[in-house]
Design a protein around this ligand. Structure first.
Ligand code: FAD
Length: 387
């Protein structure tokens, strides 16, 4: 597809976030939406996600984001005509430290007050859910039976297809290399294939968000950090489905994928701005060690492959959504860390409300782009992420 000379809204990034925004904008009646993707739709960090979906978040805003997104996943096939592979396998957090448990007690109370089915259970109950678990060193677990998973590729492609059907244009293989600013306002994006004049530029560039922010002179604290996932050969000794289970002491997490077991060491590693994320095979040893401690039967398993991806982290682990300070017409929807996939349906909806109606229907101050400069960012859970 040729690059148009103008578009009302230009979205930089055709990952799950950019495609959801494009779909929701088009659905809300925005007529002239253009997504520019330097690679292919969904080829960025979205293609590395484990597909996990949970309502177990530490803040009211994020819990509401999740509950809204879960409603979309539940009726995804009706809305998009595609089976996203959504299954409520549950999320299980394994706790060995009393301080960690105290943090969970208040977060679980908040989640329950918002209607989430979540409870603190005994180690023996966790073992009843996943009999292969070693639980002797645990003091508790947290169980959310309504949490689950779906396929990131299916969901992203469904957003992209419906966006196109509603009139949005998505052009792949186009790298945005500049953002023109005139009189403090973003007026165009620059690419090797030409310049596109616009009224609104949306930064949905995932782990490249800080780099794209710099094109407009905006500093965004989005730090790409590498995380690995390995998988075993078919391993019927742990029958599925099993909940997405996170060992809070080590960061290790696992779930079943068909007959295989997915295993992540829960690593958080600065590998620079290199967006071709190589697998570090040395991580296999660390993963296997953490895995065998928690699931001794895995000693019999063989690792048959794996991948690594970048999680776009922010200093307080909350996303950054809103108008960028200092440049009019430059909107950001970035920094989603390990939860950008699951929050993409709600992100698309609230961003479209903001851009079309002038304001989102939810209080999004948690995600305010200027919170870091104002010294008002606060991490609400400093333990390892589930994804
Ligand atoms: C190992 C791992 C496991 C994860 N597990 C989960 C999980 O279980 N659940 C969950 O919710 N999330 C998970 N995540 C996080 C999730 O993958 C991300 O938060 C989410 O995919 C972010 O989507 P995005 O659209 O913002 O980014 P991306 O998918 O990276 O999309 C951004 C796009 O922008 C494009 N782009 C960048 N710069 C430019 C430019 N200059 N011009 C044009 N295009 C550009 C890129 O090519 C890319 O396609 C996981 C991440 C990793 C690494």
């Amino acid at each position: 597809m040729d690059l148009p000379k103008t578009a009302d809204v230009v979205i930089i990034g055709g990952g799950v976030v950019g495609c959801s925004i494009a779909y929701h904008l088009a659905r809300r009646g925005a007529r002239d939406v253009l997504v520019l993707e330097r690679d292919a739709v969904g080829a960025g960090t979205t293609s590395k996600a484990a597909g996990g979906i949970r309502a177990q978040f530490p803040t009211e805003t994020e819990i509401r984001f999740s509950l809204d997104a879960i409603r979309v996943f539940e009726r995804f096939e009706d809305e998009f005509g595609v089976d996203p592979g959504y299954r409520k396998i549950g999320y299980l957090f394994l706790i060995s430290e009393s301080e960690d448990l105290r943090g969970y007690e208040s977060r679980v109370a908040l989640q329950q007050s918002l209607g989430v089915d979540v409870r603190i259970i005994a180690p023996s109950e966790a073992k009843a859910l996943v009999p292969a678990l070693h639980v002797d060193d645990l003091i508790a677990a947290v169980w959310g039976p309504d949490d689950g998973m779906a396929g990131p590729a299916e969901v992203t492609n469904a957003f992209a297809r419906r966006a196109r059907e509603l009139g949005a244009r998505i052009v792949e293989g186009v790298d945005v290399t500049g953002i023109e600013i005139q009189g403090g306002r973003a007026t165009a994006v620059v690419t090797a294939s030409g310049t596109v004049g616009t009224r609104v530029v949306v930064n949905a560039a995932g782990p490249a968000a800080a780099r794209v922010g710099r094109l407009a002179g905006v500093d965004l604290p989005v730090h790409p950090r590498r995380r690995h996932i390995f998988f075993t050969e078919p391993f019927p000794e742990i029958p599925g489905p099993v909940p997405l289970t996170t060992d809070r002491a080590s960061g290790f997490y696992f779930r079943k994928e068909m007959e295989q077991v997915l295993l992540s060491p829960g690593d958080v590693e600065d590998v620079g701005d290199d967006f071709d994320v190589a697998v570090d095979r040395a991580k296999i040893g660390e993963t296997v060690e953490k895995a065998i401690h928690r699931l001794p039967i895995l000693e019999k398993a063989r690792i048959s492959g794996g991948w690594a991806g970048l999680r776009p982290l922010t200093p307080d682990d909350h996303a950054i959504i809103g108008w960028a300070p200092g440049v009019e017409g430059f909107f950001v929807a970035v920094g989603f860390g390990g939860h950008g996939f699951q929050h993409s349906p709600t992100t698309g909806r609230v961003v479209s409300e903001w851009l079309v109606d002038g304001a989102p229907s939810m209080d999004l101050s948690l995600f305010a782009p200027d919170r870091f400069a104002r010294g008002q960012s606060a991490a609400h859970d400093t333990g390892p992420d589930a994804e």
